[in-house]
Design a binder for this molecule. Structure first.
Ligand code: 3PG
Length: 402
């Protein structure tokens, strides 16, 4: 695919697909990472004299105008972070947009309203794509985290306009390819979290690519129970036992070593400060639940990390939001950060929970790469071709360079 290196933005109207779908609680942005990470692309384009028109979705308004899902406050937050002029228009197509674009000068930034206020966005409706395409001469996609959606602004536009990957998209793709496509071996994957059935697909793909797979979180319970280890009242999916056994068999064939917890932190209640104890994994009482990996598991994982060159991390090892069940995640995150800082390990992390867990451990900025993506990172780990990326590759082949 082509990048900003292949583009002369001066004097051009550039439709830039960003992912400004930032977390908001009670009307306040709680994390500006996605804004911060797209800004270098915006600034590079305007500093080279481009006229940048930013498109993004926010939340899931399902084709209707929902006031609380306006991008206006997010546009304001973005304006505060740049010294360039930023304007906002309360639609993404139509006469108001046309007027604002006609008034743009080189180096201006215009942010358009939530693309998902129009039903045509998620339907990738050709008429809606054409209306969006009218606003620009060039399309830059910098929304890796929305690349798993074949929507008008993530996929359709790349078929209508000369399409390029932005700097963030480029960084995400380079990091992901360094993690699974062309990694330095040995490679380990640490997959945890509670979404058991959704991640079994991901694990099924990853076992073919990595040398060691650490399974943590509630998902590990399913693997343990499938092997006949009693897990008491722990969260697990009985209907996935067969699949879990198949994955273990496939991993063995592929030469991937699976590491499951050898001990656990258990409790009778799931609440902050609940009385907890540590027990060997084969001694979980019938009335207890596993809420974190135990210290022997942490030592085992950390010992294995020392022998790795690359680590892909998705999902916490325990119920890290509630103390003391954050201990294993924090300890392993800090060890991965230490090895990464010493240049011994390349750690690539992604997924919503993962980033919060690494932040909680105070090491989110010490990884080699932290993806801005949740669902897109997961689908990529599942080995799926993301439509927003596939089309950029096609565009690179079919459109004559400017
Ligand atoms: C995300 O937050 O993962 C992306 O912005 C995509 O959002 P969606 O799941 O609503 O399509």
């Amino acid at each position: 695919f082509r990048t900003l290196n292949d583009l002369s933005p001066a004097g051009k109207r550039i439709l830039l697909r960003a992912d400004l779908n930032v977390p908001v609680r009670e009307g306040r942005i709680t994390d500006t990472t996605r804004i911060d990470r797209v800004l270098p692309t915006v600034e590079e384009l305007v500093e080279k004299g481009g006229r940048v028109i930013v498109l993004s979705h926010f939340d899931r308004p399902k084709g209707r105008v929902v006031a609380e899902m306006s991008l206006a406050p997010i546009a304001a937050a973005m304006a505060e972070k740049t010294r360039h002029t930023v304007r906002f228009v309360s639609d993404c197509i139509g006469p108001e947009v046309e007027h604002a674009i006609a008034a743009m000068k080189d180096g201006d930034i215009l942010i358009l309203e939530n693309t998902r206020f129009h039903a045509g966005e998620e339907k990738n409706d050709p008429e809606f794509v054409a209306s969006l395409a009218k606003s620009g001469e060039i399309y830059v996609n910098d929304a890796f985290s929305a690349a798993h959606r074949a929507h008008a602004s993530t996929e359709g536009l790349a078929r209508h306009l000369p399409a390029f990957a932005g700097r963030l998209m480029e960084a995400e793709l380079n990091a992901l390819s360094a993690a699974l496509e062309k990694p330095d071996h040995p490679v380990g994957a640490l997959i945890g979290g509670a979404k058991i059935s959704t991640k079994l697909d991901l694990i099924g793909n990853v076992v073919n690519k990595v040398d060691i797979l650490f399974i943590g979180g509630a998902m590990a319970n399913t693997f343990l129970a499938a092997e006949g280890v009693p897990v008491g009242k722990s969260l697990q999916e009985a209907e996935m036992h067969e699949t879990a056994r198949e994955i273990v068999a496939r991993a063995q064939q592929a030469g991937c070593k699976i590491i499951l917890p050898v001990d656990a932190v258990i409790a009778r209640e799931f609440r902050e400060g609940a009385p907890s104890e540590i027990c060997p994994i084969d001694a979980v009482p019938a009335d207890a639940m596993i809420l974190d990996a135990g210290p022997r598991t942490v030592a085992l994982i950390n010992e294995q990390l020392a022998g790795l060159k690359t680590l892909v991390w998705n999902g916490p090892l325990g119920a890290f939001e509630i103390k003391p069940f954050d201990a294993a995640t924090v300890a392993v995150a800090r060890e991965a950060a230490r090895l990464t800082k010493e240049g011994k390990l390349k750690t690539i992390a992604g997924g919503g929970d993962t980033v919060s867990a690494l932040r909680h451990a105070g090491v989110a900025d010490q990884m080699s790469y932290v993806s801005t993506a949740g669902g897109a990172f997961m689908e990529w780990l599942e080995g799926k071709l993301l439509p927003g990326i596939a089309v950029l590759t096609d565009a690179a082949q079919h459109v004559v360079p400017l």
